[in-house]
Design a protein around this ligand. Sequence first.
Ligand code: KE4
Length: 426
Amino acid sequence: MQNKFEKSEQLFSKACEFMPGGVNSPVRAWTHIGMDPVIIDHAQKSYIYDVDGNKYIDYISSYGPLILGHAYPSVVKAITETVKNGTSFGATSEKEIEFCSTICETFPSIDMIRLVNSGTEATMSALRLARAYTERDIVIKFEGCYHGHADSFLMKAGSGLLTEEIPSSLGVPKAIAQNTITCDFNNIDSVKAVFKKYPQSIAAVIVEPFPANMGLMLPRTRFLKELRKITREYKTLLIFDEVISGYRYLYGGVQNICNIEPDLTTLGKIIGGGLPIGAYGGKKEIMSLVAPIGDMYQAGTLSGNPLAVSAGIATLNELKNKNVYENIEYKTKVLTKELENILSKKGIPHDIHQYGSVFSIFFTDRLVTTFKDVITTDKIRYGKIFRNLLQKGIMLPPSPYEVCFVSFSHTEDDIHKTLKDYKSCF
Ligand code: KE4
């Protein structure tokens, strides 16, 4: 029986009266997916339910924070108990100290950390700090990587800009834009050429070490090590944007996998357990520039608020003490291996990227190793499969440039249902 979307249609039309595009973040508008978005009523475990009572196995996972699943009991308990004792103090709480100490213990590259309220705040602040520390202005980013919506990052970015086909945002002053230079991910020569041209002017190179905003893109061997080498050579700070990858693949970050120490790390999503959070951190020598001990100013009314911190502590405790990573990687490997067989048997050209609990399916007849490969993939086919699977109760991300996440709450039955529905969605 076809899912009905009447109530969603009514509510979405009302939403469009009061919110640009009816959403509070562009990618949720399902612009190029061939249908209007459903309106969500609630979510539990691996399931999300719309206002028409349709149930979906959820692979969006709020774009990354919900590694344990929706409304995970220990996270709900932590939030429920904390809220009774106040939501924000405008002063440091013991929980913040415990939380920041836990994160510093996880990352050898982080001596000190500052909590903020979003990944955007984290990357924006990390860049300001890099500019303060190096007294330089230029930042290098990579085409297809997304670091939030701060002015300096809105050139050739991934995620929603790619989905909405906005190469660079309106409203960014030329004076800002000219200090951002975009290179090709996995192409160290494109980086070397910029350093050759501006040897003394580059404050930072910011990179998602495992990009997940142009679909999942894995670095060629040595690319990240070459980045570390050239930034050291030119005394430029290397910023690893681990807002998605922080605690995603292991109890740590990609830096722990590749054994590379960036100068600054940004975090978000998982560390907030589904509540608003971000963080940036690094060695004391750099972090000592951050006000009030230094003159690089950054502040935030709700930074480190007890609710987000308690949800983060509960999440990290589960990740540290359970076999979460083994569990979610196993389920993801079973799913993607069988999807590979289904697509091959159907003769549908594709390239599947998977690492840990994250995967992307690119519809293309070439191997996807660069951003240019990503933008040639078949978006029409992606939209068709999205709509057909939605009818069957499977919710993929509403863009081929967002990645799919498998959570600790996804069951083997969820995986089997997904495969059964995938087989019949062409
Ligand atoms: P937020 O400001 O959205 O909390 O984080 C910005 C950010 C920074 N760095 C990376 C690597 C990110 O992926 C993000 C945000 N991710 C997107 C989805 N890929 C957020 C989803 C949205 O914009 O609605």
